[in-house]
Write a protein that binds this ligand. Sequence first.
Ligand code: ATP
Ligand code: MG
Length: 432
Amino acid sequence: MIPRGEHGISRKQFSPNAIKVLYRLKDGGYDAYLVGGCIRDVLLGQQPKDFDVVTNATPEQVKKLFRNCRLIGRRFRLAHIVFGREIIEVATMRGHHEAQEDKNQISQSSEHGQLLRDNVFGSIEEDAERRDFSINALYYSINDFCIYDYANGLAAIKAKQIELIGDPETRYREDPVRMLRAVRFATKLDMQIAPASEKPITALASLLDNIPPARLFEEILKLFLNGKAQQNFLMLRQYGLFKSLFPELDRILDKNPGGLEETFIKQMFANTDIRINAEKKVTPAFVFAALLWFPLVERTEKIRRQEQLPEYDAFAQAMNKVLSENAQHIAVPKRFTLGARDIWHIQQRLDKRAGQRAYRLTQQPRFKAAYDFLLLRVDAGETEHTALAQWWTQYLGQDINGQKEMVRELGHQGGPKPRKRPRRRTTKKPTE
Ligand code: ATP
Ligand code: MG
């Protein structure tokens, strides 16, 4: 325990809503603490993303105290206290599930040791042991304004170590997503994964196959849209975790170390990080379009050869295949897969610029993303498209007359001629 005044934290660094929740629970006769990432981040001088509260009140008891409360979750039952756009998550302290095995269905494990349900309630010490990393098991109380450290989290913060609480292999088996979290915290906090926590990762990476696809999608967004995407990508590759997420791309990257594909993906993540850190928007559609691009190119070629199909048809079939294979383990919402399809489709049409085509292409909602995608391809080494990319860059910088002129110029340079519209029949065909 670190007494008030010695940990250097003031309650002003926490969300006023979270403090309100603590007081309401306290006044209701319960114990309540701020816990997890928010304490860790404040101690490290970072701005917490969200504030989590833990209490000895059950979710139903919490609900009785707050009008703005809804209960959620099955695997972990939680209360969400809603303050406009801010949600304070209130969890009931968790205990050890072995203690009450098969009494009823409050805790349940799979054959791989994965915890499917974890609703056994317990003491604060037990709750600390159930948390993932020691740096995430720090508690702040408004009774005495002290920080409680049940798992040596403060020492780990000092030593910059991401260490699992308990036996690493067991803890990864219970919840394989902890392997992804280890990577994310290491890069976010600029820390090392402790040797014992690092060791089993590669051997257990394939356990990620058992994670529900919707949860994996959420975790992937956290890894790639938090401003540390490039580092996360490299570290996921290093530990063999990337293979469980994007097996086809992983295989392609392995075939050509340091090649065009790797340059493309690294550059894409570097650009993503720059945008996120400048508080610009990044759409997951773009990230997924990029992550599945090389598998798509490879698949298109295979279908074209095997089925003797024209490139365009092979490309369409390959898009369906690549997306449906990916959907088996990562549930990318449809609005993003549609966006990825648009970006891919436009890649095929960027060299068809004659007549009104160039202009019409720029009117597509995903045109800008598709243009950025082309630039990325060229930057990564697809030099055969350099002239095309330069043309588009110049085109986008022109006013309408300049654009028309550029398209006319294309004709003079022997570019593709505009397709003539079939003449409309003036006389009706006699019907029989
Ligand atoms: P951030 O919000 O910056 O991603 P965080 O540590 O707050 O980091 P959350 O996902 O918000 O992470 O979870 C809050 C807390 O819940 C964690 O600090 C940790 O104590 C606990 N926790 C979250 N996920 C797990 C897990 N898979 N296994 C065990 N404990 C977990
Ligand atoms: Mg959090």
